[in-house]
Design a protein around this ligand. Structure first.
Ligand code: IMP
Length: 181
């Protein structure tokens, strides 16, 4: 385990198992559709990579969008910026937004509005993690990997100041790592 991690919350094996279940469920739900999976950069990269291994939908596509709300720190500043927009037109498409974590819900609210403004026919959300205790907006993902407690987590795409994304598990960051600054 990495020296800055207090505890592994979700192991690599648990993530793989749950991603398989989600992939199979999504494949059933979108069997006769041509969904566009929209992964939010950078945090959802490992998750979308894992998830699509188990998706058996012939006509699916993936695209990426980058928004920022945390500016590298621990608390949200409630300000969501679009850093990279989608490559393709999603007018009339069935969109599945792929997120790493739903925390306050502010990012998701903004992204959902954007997808609807772009003319998506339907918009659903799959999130690896859900930190429900911190919710400020009444919004839920349609598919959730894991419910987690109100702790700052890193790994499997999630960062603290752009670090720890490469860890193969989701872990709780030691308090001393961010109190040092
Ligand atoms: P929200 O807008 O508050 O729901 O925040 C969503 C974004 O905040 C996520 O996509 C993450 O990038 C980031 N975030 C929220 N909680 C955590 C955490 O515990 N660790 C790392 N990033 C987090």
């Amino acid at each position: 385990m990495h020296k800055d991690i207090a505890k592994i919350l979700i192991s690599e094996e648990e993530i793989a198992k749950r991603s398989k279940e989600l992939g199979e469920q999504i494949s059933k739900d979108y069997a006769d559709k041509a969904p566009v999976f929209v992964a939010l950069l950078k945090g959802s990269i490992p998750f979308i990579a894992e998830l699509i291994k188990y998706c058996t939908i012939d006509d699916m596509e993936i695209d990426f969008m980058a928004v920022s709300s945390y500016e590298g720190g621990v608390e949200s500043n409630h300000n969501v910026k679009i850093i990279k927009d989608l490559d393709r037109d999603i007018f009339g498409a069935d969109v599945l937004v792929v997120e790493d974590i739903v925390d306050t819900g502010l990012t998701l609210k903004k992204v959902l509005k954007l997808m609807h403004d772009k003319g998506a026919k339907s918009v659903k959300v799959v999130s690896l993690l859900n930190k429900k205790e911190r919710r400020e907006i009444d919004i839920e993902a349609d598919y959730v990997g894991f419910e987690i407690p109100n702790e700052f987590v890193v790994g499997f795409g999630l960062d603290y100041q752009e670090r720890y994304r490469q860890l193969p598990y989701v872990g709780i960051l030691k308090n001393e790592v961010y109190s040092k600054e």
